[in-house]
Design a protein around this ligand. Sequence first.
Ligand SMILES: *Cc1c(COP(=O)(O)O)cnc(C)c1O
Length: 395
Amino acid sequence: MRKVYADNAATTALHPQVLEQMMPYLTTVYGNPSSLYRVGAVAKEAIEDARAKIATLIGANSANEIYFTSGGSEADNWAIKGICRALKKKGKNHIITTKFEHHAVLHTCKALEKEGFETTYLDVYENGIVKVEDVKNAIKDTTALVTIMYANNEIGTIQPIAEIGKLCRENNVIFHTDAVQAVGNVEIDVDKQCIDMLSLTAHKFHGPKGCGALYCRRGVRPEILIDGGAQERTRRAGTENVAGIVGLAAALELAISTMKERNERLTKMRNRLIDGLLKIERSRLNGDRDQRLPGNLNMCFEGIEGESLLLKLDMAGICASSGSACTSGDLDPSHVLLSIGLPHEIAHGSMRLSFSDENTEEDIDYILEQVPPIVDYLRMMSPLWEKIKEEERNN
Ligand SMILES: *Cc1c(COP(=O)(O)O)cnc(C)c1O
């Protein structure tokens, strides 16, 4: 049976070249970067090289603006909690975000509400794109932070980041973006785009799991989240994940150097798949068709349960997702699909496919061959589908 991994928005395979660069730091160069002997100093050097590389790759002014974390969730928590708690002392207690952020952002805002913060959750409309005008109207004197994701992890829609950045700059409001899905997939320049803080994580672009970074513009001072030793210039404690950090930089360099070609190829492949799947009756594409990540497709098929679709796809060797890996297992429909106005019963029948460099045209052929009969089969047994058909007949 053919195997197709189409869940690259959940995580990606570690690239062999990245592993190769990590290997010394998993084996012989095991010294603690904070120590004074040679094997520690070599590790320290590797960290600083990686920091400088990452800074350059995202358009930061200085390597000192990059802080390593355990991943995207920690970077989001630190950015949001850190800056909000720091600014609360200056009378700021308002956060602006969107309804369809990753839970690392939404649950962080919820936690801050218990500390006295008020959050505005902006609409993202049917196309899954926030309106800059809405951000503008939501800003007030007490606004501490605007946090809006760069690209959505379920429907892949890309937000007008540079415009929001400019608006925040003009209004003296800190702008954070969860760019976990965007980094390595779209061109990012934190300086040109007026981004003050940015979260990224290695395992979404063929790097290792458990290592990410927070970009934090000079002068932006979030409170410390992880107290302890003096690592990361005393801002984030804990012995560095040296191999992870080296892998993060290697993976980012690779992703960016191959981005243009990959995106052209993935966009073509994905569009062919969208067109093919839209031939299924009562199917729909979720999120804007063009302003989305090249490798992302998210569709609904009325009258079926996403979970049963995923199980059937798994039996056919296809790894897909119903949306966020973090919500599978609970039966509520995705908050992202509800945020773009889908009714509950339709949001239940969703499928996300996300592709990377490793996917081929043959994968697309195989998915196009497998999905339609599976949807037919599930609908045949679905009382919901029967009801839809009956309503059709009565109209
Ligand atoms: C995966 C993801 C995260 C979480 O990153 P981890 O490194 O797994 O903690 C945060 N935000 C978005 C948009 C993501 O896709």
